[in-house]
Design a protein. Structure first.
Length: 613
């Protein structure tokens, strides 16, 4: 897809961007835009090679969308509807239909759009009834883009008799069966020619049917579209960052680029966990709104002129908040915007700064505490898997988006500061490595604030190191620090805590290794100080373990270093109500290497304590 990306950059710079303001002002996309996209092969991006496709992958497809959207969201959004038609033709078991239309669709000779939103609400708003030779469709499709631009529509309707969704192709023109075409006056992307359609016994012939699928499976299959649609918001962030550069705010521009890159990586890493995609889609749109609004402020009074790009981008960012959304996306956005005013971060203040944290869901509170050198993104794959609980995911001082400490504090104070800020008496604590020691310190010094403990890969805050692997690695790491060799310091961190003593770097999960590297780099570049303030520890921790009277679950990887395994064994054997779970085939980063099992084990433990089991 490299060639297509190069073409996309060229089309964006030469065709789409110069005309974007005029498209917005006139409410019309020049047909020459679509002709150029067709000539360069962009209508067939997802088509099989044998039908004219370029043979690219999903990552390349997403890059192309984002590049085009950064130049003109309206053109890109309208063109994007076409790919649902191409994909449906490429995968349909209706071979005759595929052979008749797919090559023309892939070349752009036949342009398509979608009309499937009527089957997403519960109950569905568009229904299908079996009739002679096909299906009769009736109902209301509230948002159909490209009317008057596309030739065909891929429509979907719900058959109550079978519980299936029936999908197929119809001509995109008013006539028998389409009783109403209502143009919509949009705040942005008006040139997409978006309308509301009312079907009244619209006939879908059997030979035009692409698929029949169980409704639950059909809606589940739409989830990947959340990642595709997020490219519109990522494109806006790109353009807003360029605007911030031009407005004399290069540091802010770079911060938004970095935030988008980090979010993009997390989004892509989560593609196998469909339940988390609505939350990432919401986060992307919220970041786009923030970036575009920042451009408006940086541009000043000029941004209020209708001819200025900043106000257009701000309106288009609002468009991404709701277009192609789902109920779960809406809920995630309302939760995010309602609790933190759209800032993208909650803050719990302490004497010389703040703790950054996520606050997700409702129910008994669970505080997640991350490893040292990393940040709260360690828990991304657990964040949205604890429905029925209030998940509080916090960056420790000197990590992530929390403040770098300048005065003395105790390790367990991060927990009490957060609970006090939220008015919570107690919470379940789930800690990994350094986070586990913080949880233990809290349980020892503030037992009334802790309802239960999950400790993964840790000792107490009075840790001891005896193995040659750890002692030698720590010594080399300190040498790198003394020589101000950040890359060497971080690589040694990864060797100790991602690879571990029993694996070489190439044997560890490369995605886990890279995510940890990114977080470690962020800590080193944002929080490192010549004389850092280190947290104080609870006193006499090993001798006080028997005082802990709440249930404790210890988790350790089979490939963990012997020091950690010995310390965690000692904790579990001393705390009265404790048990240990050893995860086969993984090392220190248990929750990242085996996230599904980790989540299930912790969830089962918490459900038992909270009475939900």
């Amino acid at each position: 897809m490299t060639e297509m990306l190069q073409k996309a950059l060229k089309v964006a710079d030469e065709v789409l961007l110069p005309a974007a303001s005029e498209v917005d002002r006139t409410g019309r996309i020049p047909d020459s835009h679509f002709q150029r996209l067709a000539e360069d092969g962009f209508f067939g991006l997802v088509a099989p090679v044998e039908f004219g496709g370029p043979g690219g992958d999903l990552a390349g497809f997403l890059q192309v969308i984002e590049t085009l959207a950064s130049a003109c969201l309206t053109t890109t959004f309208t063109w994007l509807q076409h790919h649902g038609v191409v994909m449906s033709l490429a995968t349909t078991p209706n071979v005759e239909l595929r052979d008749k239309y797919l090559r023309r669709a892939a070349s752009g000779q036949l342009r398509g759009g979608g009309a499937f939103s009527g089957v997403i609400p519960d109950p569905p708003r568009v229904n299908a009834t079996r009739t002679t030779g096909g299906w009769s469709l009736s109902g209301d499709v509230t948002f159909v883009s490209g009317w008057g631009i596309v030739d065909i529509l891929h429509v979907s309707a719900y058959d109550a008799a079978s519980g299936d969704v029936v999908s197929g192709l119809i001509e995109a023109r008013a006539g028998k069966g389409i009783s109403k075409v209502q143009p919509l006056d949009l705040v942005a992307a008006q040139a997409s020619n978006t309308v509301r359609l009312v079907f009244d016994e619209l006939f879908l012939a059997d030979e035009m049917v692409t698929t029949r699928a169980n409704r639950e499976a059909y809606i589940g299959g739409l989830a990947i579209g959340l990642r595709v649609d997020s490219c519109l918001a990522f494109g806006l962030i790109q353009r807003a960052a360029a605007g911030l550069d031009s407005a004399g705010q290069p540091e802010m521009a770079e911060a938004f680029r970095a935030a988008a890159a980090e979010l993009r990586t997390r989004f892509d890493d989560a593609l196998q966990d469909m339940s988390s995609l609505p939350h990432f889609r919401a986060e992307t749109s919220a970041l786009a709104v923030q970036a575009c609004n920042a451009f408006v402020v940086a541009a000043g009074g000029r941004a209020l002129l209708q001819s200025h790009d900043a106000q257009r981008l701000a309106r288009e960012s609002l468009f991404t908040l709701v277009v192609a959304s789902r109920p779960a996306v809406k809920s995630a956005l309302l939760e995010k915007l309602g609790r933190c005013g759209g800032s993208g971060m909650n803050k719990a203040p302490f004497s010389d700064g703040h703790l950054a944290y996520d606050d997700i869901g409702d129910g008994p509170p669970v505080v997640f505490l991350h490893d040292g050198t990393l940040n709260r993104r360690v828990w991304d794959q657990q964040l949205h898997a604890f429905d029925g609980y209030r998940v509080l995911n916090v960056d420790a001082r000197g990590h992530g988006e929390s403040s770098t400490p300048t005065s003395e504090y105790l390790r367990g104070e991060d927990v009490t500061v957060l609970l006090d800020h939220l008015g919570l008496e107690s919470a379940y604590l789930v800690g990994q490595a350094m986070g586990g020691t913080s949880a233990l310190d809290t349980a020892l010094d503030h037992p009334e604030r802790v309802a239960g403990l999950v400790l993964s890969g840790c000792g107490t805050s009075e840790q001891y190191w005896q193995s040659d692997f750890i002692v030698g690695s720590l010594q080399r790491q300190m040498e790198y620090a003394f020589n101000q060799d950040t890359d060497g310091y971080i690589e040694m961190f990864l060797r100790m805590w991602v690879d571990g003593p029993r694996r070489e770097p190439h044997e560890a999960d490369p995605k886990v290794r890279e995510r940890c590297r990114e977080m470690a780099v962020h800590t080193a570049t944002h929080h490192a100080r010549p004389n850092p303030v280190m947290p104080g520890k609870a006193a006499d921790t090993w001798n006080r373990l028997s005082d802990i009277d709440v249930p404790l679950l210890g988790i350790v990887g089979e490939l963990e270093c012997t020091d950690i395994r010995d310390m965690l064994d000692r904790i579990v054997s001393t705390v009265p109500n404790a048990k240990l779970d050893v995860f086969a085939g993984v090392g220190h980063m248990v929750n990242m290497e085996d996230p599904d099992r980790f989540t299930a084990v912790v969830r089962q433990f918490l459900d038992g304590l909270s009475g939900r089991g």
